[in-house]
Design a protein around this ligand. Structure first.
Ligand code: CA
Ligand code: CA
Length: 84
């Protein structure tokens, strides 16, 4: 990883506002929303925040989720099978 401290993690409520799902279609069974999230708003004040970002909270040195506009230009964390 680089010094970036925010990533897409593949969850969205673009299909049904307020009902977040993984893009694989699996239900989200664990959440780690930051304070006040999800609020369907992005940091710039725009609405329609439908994708889940995993980010580092400098205020308490922890990681949390927030919802953000899906067209925001950040990197993704991907899951794959191990090839061992
Ligand atoms: Ca939303
Ligand atoms: Ca938000």
């Amino acid at each position: 990883m680089t010094s970036m401290k925010k990533w897409w993690i593949g969850g969205s409520d673009v299909w049904n506002e307020g009902q977040f799902e993984w893009i694989s279609g699996q239900n989200i069974t664990y959440t780690n929303w930051g304070p006040g999230q999800p609020d369907d708003a992005s940091n710039d004040g725009t609405t329609n925040a439908d994708c889940i970002q995993y980010f580092f909270r400098t205020v308490d040195q922890s990681f949390a989720w927030l919802d953000l506009r899906c067209d925001s230009n950040i990197s993704s964390i991907c899951e794959s099978k191990a090839f061992i």
